[in-house]
Design a protein around this ligand. Structure first.
Ligand code: PLP
Length: 462
């Protein structure tokens, strides 16, 4: 029952909308202590507007690492309109299908690394990760190794919030009070070279390989289905691994018959300058989970790409049924938008452009190098993490409140939308960001971080 006479179906004033929101909406990752709302109603390119008409630069891609081709693209609206007027949805279950999901699967196989040629569609990243975990277990089962069901994941990794993906996620708060979580998930440390203290003075990769070897030994290689990891940790704070990390992990897993799942929900489709970031990093993944950028976030869609071998085994002649699927698997409208979106990424050279954006961000944030509150600035293509530290010697991060204050100041004073992941401020703008927009973002960041008083835990007035 509504408690206001406002017609809830009409966009209203900010006050009306905030009131309705606070009364009726439970937000994903809601921060209960914040009793205000930011209501975005329109977007064009890298700019969005709230319901008061205030303009912002979207430096975090729809707030959540999407919007590759920018907001308000008529081409994607038209693809959706056309498909809705033909057939919006018909199931992909059993022998049914539709032209768009078939064409999209073939397109993804063309773009993906050599041995990846099969695709399963989901509605987003969490479903995709759950699917990947099931695929890995099923694959081993059909090959007579059903005891291989452990999954190795990493602290600081983010894989989603369903039970499978949420358990694989390396953020303990996500598993709090909702257990039992998925059994047989083990966490190892991630490569986080800035935090030398994690590795006791050793080379991070040497340390991590030894840890992985010990973990495999302890669990028993014959009990492990797969390891899952993001090529670069995204939600952990944009953390790229040392160059030798993935090739050495890959080799160790291969030697032990363990599959590798690359979670490319953030990185695929151009974010770091490649269709798939796992390829140049030497992951040679058996399964690649993607979502977000596949439609630039215009409609929900996830795609789980797998090797021919896994596809053959799980759908092979004597394996019975592949009993897994979602109502919206292969949704034709979502797939039509994805096809149009991938065309735009290719036609507009957005893979290359994401590297150019990275150069602009790097140059614009160069002044931060001398700021003791900045532990590290990490730029990988068109994404960046600025890790704020209370103590540069120990690498201890600033409080979550202070990192949030930085984002609030960027929003309120400069109209720049960013996000903090722990003590790290994260950028992931549309791949159509213009140079002067990048300047506006980096000048704002330099200004606000320049006014940080970490000792006092405050930001000095402008
Ligand atoms: N994997 C990674 C790397 C992600 O960053 C996310 C979401 O941010 C997910 C999985 C979960 O995707 P979704 O929120 O679409 O379920």
């Amino acid at each position: 029952m509504t408690t206001t006479s406002t017609n809830p179906t009409q966009a209203g004033s900010m006050t009306d909308l905030e009131g309705l929101d606070l009364r009726h909406l439970l937000h994903p990752h809601q921060r209960n202590q914040r009793n205000f709302r930011r209501v975005i109603v329109r977007g064009q390119g890298s700019t969005v507007w709230d319901s008061t008409g205030r303009e912002f630069i979207d430096a975090i891609g729809g707030g959540i690492w999407v919007a590759q081709v920018g907001h308000g693209r008529a081409e994607l609206a038209e693809a959706a309109r056309k498909q809705a007027s033909e057939v919006a949805h018909f199931t992909g279950f059993f022998e049914y299908g539709n032209d768009k999901s078939i064409r999209l699967a073939a397109k993804l196989a063309e773009l993906a690394p050599e041995r990846i040629n099969r695709v399963f569609f989901a509605s987003g990243g969490s479903e995709g990760v759950d699917t990947a975990i099931k695929l890995a277990r099923l694959y081993h089962h059909h090959r007579g190794q059903s005891e291989r069901n452990w999954i190795i994941a990493r602290h600081f990794g983010y894989h989603g919030t369903s039970y499978g993906s949420g358990t694989a996620t390396g953020i303990p708060d996500m598993q709090f009070a909702v257990g039992p979580n998925l059994p047989h998930v083990e966490k190892v440390m991630p490569p986080y070279a800035y935090h030398t203290e994690f590795y006791g003075g050793q080379d991070p990769t040497d340390f991590l390989i030894a840890e992985l070897e010990q973990t495999i030994e302890r669990l028993g290689a014959e009990n492990i289905a797969a390891m899952i990891g993001e090529p670069i940790l995204g939600g952990g704070g944009v953390i790229p691994p040392p160059a030798d990390y993935w090739p050495r992990v890959r080799q160790l897993l291969r030697d032990n018959g363990i599959l590798l799942i690359a979670d490319e929900v953030i990185t695929a489709y151009g974010r770091t300058g490649h269709w798939f970031d796992s390829e140049p990093r030497g992951m040679d993944a058996d399964i690649i989970v993607t979502a977000k950028g596949i439609t630039s976030g215009y409609v929900p869609l996830g795609a789980v790409l797998m090797s021919d071998e896994i596809g053959d085994v799980v759908s092979g002649g004597d394996s019975g049924s592949f009993f897994h699927g979602y109502t919206y698997s292969g949704h034709p409208l979502a797939c039509a938008v994805a096809l149009a979106n991938l065309d735009l990424i290719a036609e507009e050279g957005l893979l290359k452009r994401s590297l150019t954006i990275g150069d602009w961000l790097q140059t614009g944030m160069a002044p931060l190098a001398d700021n003791p509150a900045v532990g590290e600035v990490r730029v990988v293509g068109a994404t960046a993490g600025i890790e704020l530290v209370a103590n540069p010697e120990t690498h201890e991060g600033v409080s979550l409140e202070l990192a949030l204050d930085v984002c609030d100041e960027l929003y309120n004073t400069h109209g720049v939308i960013t996000r903090n992941y722990g003590p790290t401020i994260v950028l992931s703008p549309p791949l159509v960001l213009e140079e002067q927009e990048a300047d506006r973002v980096t000048s704002a960041i330099c200004d606000v971080i320049g006014r940080l008083d970490v000792g006092e835990g405050t930001i000095k007035p402008a």
